[in-house]
Structure formats: C-alpha cells, structure tokens
Write a protein that binds this ligand. Structure first.
Ligand code: GDP
Ligand code: MG
Length: 163
C-alpha cells in the first residue's frame, strides 16, 4: 500500500514551493500519463524513514475566474480520487476567499484525511493573522513557511502517523 499526499489550493498559495522542499535532493518523477494528469507533478519523499508519494496539483495559470474555478475543482476532485492524504494549502497573505470555502467543502464531503495548512506564515504577525481561517469552521490548522521550511516538521509528523 503506497501513501500518496496531494497538495491542493488556489494558485500562488505556495504549493509548488512546499512540493519542491519535500523533494529536496530527490528527483521528480516524470509522469507520461496523457490528459488530466498533465498538470500535476509527482515525486517521492520520506519523513522519519516513512516513504510517500507527493502530488503537486495546479499548473493552471489563468486569470479568467470561471476557468480558474473549474480547473481548481477538477484538481481537487482528482486529489480526492487518488490521494490517501490531502494537504489543503491556504495563503495568509491573501486571506480567506470564496474559492477557499468551496475547496474546503469538497474536501469535507470527501472524508479524506485533510490537513489544513496556512502558508506564508513567516513571522509572529502572520501567526496572528492566520486566526482568520477559523472562519472555515475548523478546529485545527497548521501554520508553515514553505519558503523557510518552518512548521513543516509538525505536519509531516502528523501525516505519517495517520498513514
Ligand atoms: P503555487 O501556485 O501554489 O504552486 O505557489 P508557488 O509555490 O509557485 O508560490 C507562489 C509564490 O509564493 C512564489 O513567489 C513563492 O516564492 C512564494 N512563497 C511560497 N511560499 C512562501 C512562504 O512561505 N512565504 C513567502 N513569503 N512567500 C512564499
Ligand atoms: Mg504551482
């Protein structure tokens, strides 16, 4: 049984930055599957000796809001279908958006183990700003800085423990 962790969220929240950090010193898997998976990147990572596959979703880089929403829901649905755990990434710089609520609702209904991660928490100020995300009706979130890696250990501890 392989464990697959997908990173989902709106564009620019920092998904690829976290993905690349998790793959440090490792090679991305070149995926040749045509069609819907072409927007995604796969890689292998491990934490405390536990190996898992990571999926970076996205690749959509469009400004039209409708295309945008459709693409994001598609990627979230693919993650729900394929992943064993999902990291839902949010961006404290931009705050909570309607799209975030929609993604959260899809994930909630899926019953997949979901880890809500607020990214770009680079200092104590953003730690306070992040409390805004309780408006999603959640009990727990993680705060990280993908740029520096701070906070990523705690979430990985929890993810691999739940495998
Ligand atoms: P994606 O579209 O979700 O894959 O986001 P990217 O990983 O491409 O990151 C979008 C932008 O946010 C880039 O300019 C990153 O350098 C920046 N970024 C990512 N993580 C952090 C972070 O923890 N703190 C800050 N300040 N910027 C970040
Ligand atoms: Mg990206």
């Amino acid at each position: 049984m392989s464990n697959i962790v997908a990173i989902v969220g709106r564009p620019n929240v920092g998904k690829s930055t976290l993905f690349n950090r998790l793959l440090e010193r490792r090679e991305a898997i070149v995926d040749s599957t045509a069609g819907v998976t072409r927007d995604r990147h796969y890689g292998k990572s491990d934490w405390n000796g536990v190996e898992f596959t990571v999926i970076d979703t996205g690749g959509y880089d469009v400004n039209n809001d409708d295309v945008f929403q459709g693409e994001i829901s598609k990627q979230v649905q693919l993650a729900i279908d394929e992943a064993t755990s999902i990291i839902f990434m949010l961006n404290v710089e931009e705050g909570l958006t309607d799209t975030d609520y929609e993604i959260h609702e899809m994930l909630r209904r899926s019953n997949k183990p979901t880890y809500i991660v607020i990214n770009k928490v680079d200092s104590a100020k953003e730690e306070i700003d992040a409390t805004e995300f309780y408006q999603l009706g959640i009990e727990k979130y993680y705060t990280i800085s993908s740029a520096t890696g701070s906070g990523t250990g705690e979430i990985l501890d929890d993810i691999v423990r739940d495998f």
